[in-house]
Design a protein around this ligand. Structure first.
Ligand code: FPP
Length: 257
């Protein structure tokens, strides 16, 4: 049986986030420069988006460039930025045709001008698309995001007594998206690396040894199948969860719908 056929399409996570890792090691294993790995990583981005769309995932967030990535050698940073711009330019027609809406989270003001203008152009161009949301985390880190949120909350004059978890969520750059239910990290590293720290409070974590350029549709489906095998309890006991529909019952209670 195909992996895709093993997915229960009525229970796919609404939001999947991915830490794409291992491009450098993949390139090294081929005796090539690190940027060769990033170039090949673009194919894995396409495959993941296709797999997400096929299985009905509505939001896909990709950690494309962290605030810490500026510390890499200048030529790698420049090459990555060029690759991001080129990819956005090259893919925007296809994204639009497939009804993908592009978003970006992170410190976008401090991205190079060329990157910003292509990014904002592509976001504007795809803003009416509703089939799937592709969210690029660019110049992003969760601590940057939370610091930014605290500054905004203080500046807006909200009194301490009125600050709730919801107020904090509403000031994060992910305020328009549901929290990820599944977080994938490739390349065997078992870290979160400053990614969506607030939003993954209840996410299932999935780690695979596959290096990012080798990640493909089948690997994405494997992660969904693994996710569907987990018991999601949100602090409750097993007995409180109805065995077959537990996931949905709990989700409905949590959101109050
Ligand atoms: C991590 O591998 C990967 C990155 C920091 C960049 C990811 C970028 C892409 C896949 C390019 C295109 C992306 C989009 C969204 C258009 P690493 O360099 O840390 O690998 P290593 O751990 O093996 O050194």
């Amino acid at each position: 049986m195909e992996l895709f056929d093993q997915i229960d399409l009525s229970r796919v996570p609404e939001h999947v986030a991915i830490i794409m890792d291992g491009n450098g090691r993949w390139a090294k294993s081929q005796g090539r420069e690190r940027i060769f790995g990033h170039f090949n990583g673009v194919e894995a981005v396409r495959a993941s988006l296709k797999a997400a769309t096929r299985s009905g995932v509505r939001y896909l967030t990709l950690y494309a460039f962290s605030t810490e990535n500026w510390n890499r050698p200048k030529e790698e940073v420049d090459a990555l930025m060029n690759l991001l711009v080129q990819t956005i330019v090259g893919e925007v027609d296809d994204l639009d045709r497939n009804e993908v809406r592009l978003h970006a989270i992170g410190d976008l003001e401090n991205l190079p001008d060329a990157c910003r203008s292509e990014l904002f152009g592509a976001m504007e161009r795809t803003r009416d698309n509703e089939r799937v949301n592709l969210i690029l985390a660019l110049n992003y880190s969760a601590r940057w995001e939370m610091t930014h949120a605290v500054k905004e909350i203080v500046a807006s004059g909200i009194p301490a007594s009125r600050i709730t978890g919801q107020v904090i969520s509403d000031h994060l750059s992910t305020r328009s998206f549901p929290d990820p239910e599944l977080l994938i990290r490739t390349s065997g590293e078992m870290r979160i690396s400053n990614f969506l720290l607030w939003q993954i409070a209840y996410a299932e974590l999935y780690f695979t040894d596959i290096l990012w350029p080798d990640f493909n549709e089948q690997e994405f489906f494997k992660a969904l199948i693994d996710f569907q095998g987990r018991e999601r309890r949100f602090g409750k006991t097993s007995e409180q969860i109805t065995p077959r529909t537990g996931l949905n019952v709990i989700r409905r209670r949590k959101t109050g719908t």
